[in-house]
Design a protein. Structure first.
Length: 470
């Protein structure tokens, strides 16, 4: 099932029960009334692509965000269930304060309508909470106890669903202006909060006691549309998309001397999305073959890290050696590397793109291959693809502390020119070369002459190679 939040236009009606504005009584019979938006929540059947249920909001109430959250629905059994959570804003004019609401719905099975067997599902209201100050602009899961993070006005508040249909607040953090997105790295308590004017906040959430802690911030002049995490092995990157269509790669590193003990986020690079600025992101698991270069590189890094860890066993030298007849598996099994992930980006123009982390060998090869393709292929209207990916904010203040090292592995960064991001649109034109030219370019980069390695690597890092479950 798909749940869609949308709006419909309707004539504006003045409040009928208002004893203060007596002059409004003469304006209720207007023939040409202004139109306002009213929010709708629709349930869509994916098999027939028809709307099977519609819920109307109140007048002047619009839908701001719709999320599917795994919440705790029982305080006694601690049962979890995926529920539909909707955040709305009630705006009645510039002279009245904006209010908000949080709705929690469940999809239940009902008796279908005659002749329409697909209408056997309905939205059932589970909880409803009025927010007296500020609109609800973003929602997310948080923690391990089935709570939700609600961006309401100038606050981000952690709320829990109670059995009586209320949302109990347990922790909060004051924000600046307007929260556009909140994200949590699932099960860790690490949160990102994006402000429409004041940049990105990197925070943490604890459950004993319930508390939110600020770790670091980006520049206070960054207009962020959306933000999300991108894990890369043992490194954790922060991806922020601003209103100019630039994709910023940030990182939290309290040990860096320029970060002021982590108070300022490090700026790794910036990459332009062109005419398709992302406004929505989704962190997805990445499906890779066991022989993937990325997985093998992560396993090698994991083994090297385990070998560098100090041995805290003080009795290791005095303890007797194990008996091979009784202990056959004395060696500790190596820990598996962290699961691979990629970031799905969506823009209002309908463009879907992915942001995928690369290993050091993959980055070097693809970067050289991209340079070779830029000089070997003709470009539309003679435009330079490298300049196309240069952000329009070049020369302005970076969104974080500018550093010389690249993302995660010491690669050199060129500030705001996207030096550590490889353009997949250029790599996708590999097949436009002739067979002889492909063999020549592959040999220069270091691949085999038959170009099989190039195709395998491009299949792994580009397209739907990492989304095998789709």
């Amino acid at each position: 099932m798909y749940v869609i939040g949308c709006d419909s236009l309707e004539p504006f009606e003045l409040p009928r029960e208002d004893d203060y504005h007596k002059e409004w009584q003469y304006e209720k019979d207007l023939t040409f009334k202004p139109t306002i938006e009213r929010g709708l929540v629709k349930l869509l059947n994916p098999s027939t692509w028809t709307v099977i249920d519609t819920i109307e909001m109140e007048p002047c109430e619009i839908v701001m965000c719709v999320e599917t959250l795994n919440l705790e629905v029982s305080e006694s059994t601690h049962e979890f269930k995926h529920l539909i959570t909707v955040g709305t804003a009630i705006t009645r004019g510039e002279d009245l304060p904006t209010k908000g609401r949080v709705y929690v719905y469940d999809i239940v099975t009902v008796v279908p309508e005659p002749g329409r067997p697909e209408t056997d599902k309905r939205l059932k209201l589970v909880a409803k909470e009025d927010i007296p100050r500020g609109a609800v602009t973003a929602l997310s899961e948080i923690g391990t106890q089935g709570l939700m993070l609600v961006a309401q006005g100038q606050k981000c508040m952690v709320r829990g669903l109670k059995e009586d249909g209320t949302l109990l607040p347990v922790a909060f953090m004051d924000m600046n202006c307007y929260v556009t997105a909140v994200r949590e790295l699932k099960g860790t308590g690490l949160c990102l909060m994006a402000d429409a004017v004041k940049g990105v906040w990197f925070t943490g959430y604890t459950e004993e006691p319930y508390k939110m802690i600020l770790f670091g911030k980006s520049s206070t002049t960054l207009e962020v549309l959306t933000v999300d995490f991108l894990p890369d092995g043992n490194d954790l990157l922060i991806i922020a998309c601003d209103a100019d269509g630039a994709i910023h790669v940030l990182q939290y590193d309290p040990e860096h001397p320029k970060s002021l003990q982590g108070h300022l986020l490090l700026h790794r690079t910036t990459f332009s999305a062109g005419a398709n600025p992302p406004t929505k992101t989704k962190l997805l698991p990445r499906t890779l073959s066991p022989n993937s270069d990325y997985l093998q590189h992560q396993q090698q890094q994991q083994q090297q890290q385990q070998q560098r860890e100090p041995n805290n066993n003080d009795d290791e030298e005095t303890s007797p050696p194990p008996n091979p007849s009784t202990n056959t598996n004395t060696a500790q099994a190596p820990q598996p590397p962290p699961p691979a992930s990629l970031l799905l980006l969506a823009s209002p123009t309908g463009v879907l793109s992915t942001l995928t982390p690369l290993t050091e060998p993959q980055y070097r090869r693809l970067s050289i291959l991209s340079t070779q393709l830029l000089s070997a292929l003709p470009h539309p209207s003679g435009l330079n693809p490298r300049d196309y990916r240069t952000p329009v904010t070049t020369g302005s203040k970076p969104p974080g502390v500018s550093v010389d090292s690249g993302v995660g592995s010491g690669r050199s960064s060129s500030g705001s020119s996207g030096g550590v991001v490889v353009d997949g649109a250029v790599l996708a034109r590999w097949s436009e070369l002739g067979a002889g030219r492909r063999a020549d370019v592959a040999g220069r980069v270091g691949f085999r002459v038959d170009s099989a390695d190039v195709r395998e690597l491009l299949r792994e890092v580009g397209g739907l190679g990492g989304l095998g479950y789709l």
